[in-house]
Design a protein. Structure first.
Length: 156
């Protein structure tokens, strides 16, 4: 049974448009440095899982498209690069602390689904993204929430 996810990114760092420009519209999702988010990626994400891409620190923040998992977790090598902003001296190839997955773009929504509007949708009341204090960069999404988002995106 597939899982469904939301992954946050700052558009000034890496946007869905950047993903659309990648060879094969695929990239590794590196730099996650929260243990709960890491555990979702390492333990639960499987090939074929659907992903909502969310632009945080945008004005306004919005769900901007969809992707899918195309490679299951493997060590995040950016943690070993002293010149990378995600460097972690406690992580090593022999004992990796952080993991990443590869995603592939499925679609860029014609119109972003902005956070203020999403908060007004009854079917999304329990969505983790919409909960006060929700800051996790990788979070599970329920099937009914994903279906609602897809319907909203198709209307725009």
């Amino acid at each position: 049974m597939p899982n469904y996810w939301l992954m946050k990114t700052e558009p000034s760092t890496y946007s869905i448009q950047d993903l659309a420009k990648e060879k094969k519209k695929t990239t590794h999702w590196d730099g996650v440095r929260n243990y709960q988010a890491r555990n979702f990626m390492r333990d639960d994400m499987k090939i074929g899982d659907e992903v909502l891409i969310y632009h945080s620190n945008a004005d306004p923040p919005a769900i901007v498209g969809r992707a899918k998992i195309v490679k299951e977790s493997y060590p995040d090598f950016t943690a070993w690069d002293k010149n990378d902003k995600h460097f972690d001296p406690k992580s090593s190839p022999e004992n990796p602390r952080w993991f990443m997955v590869d995603i592939q773009l499925v679609e860029v929504f014609k119109e972003p689904l902005e956070l203020p509007g999403l908060k007004k949708i009854k079917a999304l009341d329990g969505m983790a993204l919409l909960q006060k204090g929700s800051r996790l960069s990788v979070q599970p999404v329920k099937k009914k929430e994903l279906d609602t988002i897809k319907k909203l995106a198709a209307r725009k």
